[in-house]
Design a protein around this ligand. Sequence first.
Ligand SMILES: Cc1cc2nc3c(=O)[nH]c(=O)nc-3n(C[C@H](O)[C@H](O)[C@H](O)COP(=O)(O)O)c2cc1C
Length: 375
Amino acid sequence: MIRQWILKLSDWGYQKIVKPRLFQQSAQKSHDELLRWLSVADNSKTLMMLASWLNALTMHKRRITIGGTTLHYPFILAAGFVKGLGFENEEKARYAVKCGMNIIPGWQCVPVLLGAVEFGSFTRYPRLGNQGEVIWRNTKTQSTQNRIGLKNAGSVASAEFLCANKKKLPPIFGINIAPSPGVTDEAQETREVIESIEAFLSRGVVPTWFTLNLSCPNTEDDPTGNQTEHKTRHLCKAVVDFLQSYPYHMPLWVKISPNLAPKQYQILMRVFTEVGVKAVIATNTLPQPSPNQPNINAGVGGGFLHPHALNAAEQLQKARFEINSHVDVIGCGGVMDGISYTRYKALGIYVVQYWSALVFRGILAPQLIESESND
Ligand SMILES: Cc1cc2nc3c(=O)[nH]c(=O)nc-3n(C[C@H](O)[C@H](O)[C@H](O)COP(=O)(O)O)c2cc1C
């Protein structure tokens, strides 16, 4: 009863008061402001208490087994929200950590409010990302679009930062690792991905799962090029073998693109099954022309992505049943309300990731969506 009341009030307040004001400014400005607010919230006892109180009152927790692990809730905040600041090089990023700077805004307050979060993507070395206006929203289609370009502090500085805050890390979280864009040598790419994972584990930062992001569309790489049978098998096998050499038994999840050919989803599902990947996240954003530079693509998430991601999830589920695979499919793409979530559930997919819903539904988006899907 109190849960429904808080959710209704939050929905009304966001739609009637917060969103109209927020949407008067550009998505870029809102995003920049959001990062500042997340840093403030991470350091504010009052805001952390409020977040924890809201979580306790609105989240209907229960055990869910998925992708080789157990969650307390079927909604996971997708990678890219809590990913950290960009730096020119590793020296500068590590210096920032030494000086006590919060290089991953939201690392503490977001999981307290929303539960499971996938941190990252992190690459082996820091990246400044693309400059200028790189994030947009489309109210008509309820979509976000970005070409942030894997801006992050790099795996070593990010691991040092999380290690320094180890006691306050959430009980359940994922770490998303992306291969370094522009690296074409297979051996180097594999080495860098392993080094990234090792950066966290060797410092005792042990996530509930690792995700390998084979599908970032906003960098100098063509993401579909990372998802061929050979490349996927090679990289996933190397990572699974590496993770098995650690005593923690962390599962590997892989995040893939929308709009691949049905045959390619079949091949990928077979490869994941053979090498021991535990879950596949379908999908990342869909490349479309940028609003300000139509000759450059930027990844679309939200309502526009939804049918494409749903189709990918369906293809993967089909392939999974055909070969009797143990690899779970996690839905990601346009989970915006009870109806869109129910479409994933109709495919037998109960655990989903979300990002754009936070923009269009507000800070209690997952709780709202779940309550709508039970109506
Ligand atoms: C601003 C922004 C940054 C993102 N950065 C990443 C990232 O670093 N790594 C990643 O795997 N996905 C990233 N994503 C993709 C999301 O994790 C998610 O796959 C996508 O937005 C689809 O979900 P949605 O329809 O709920 O938005 C990003 C999305 C947005 C909007």
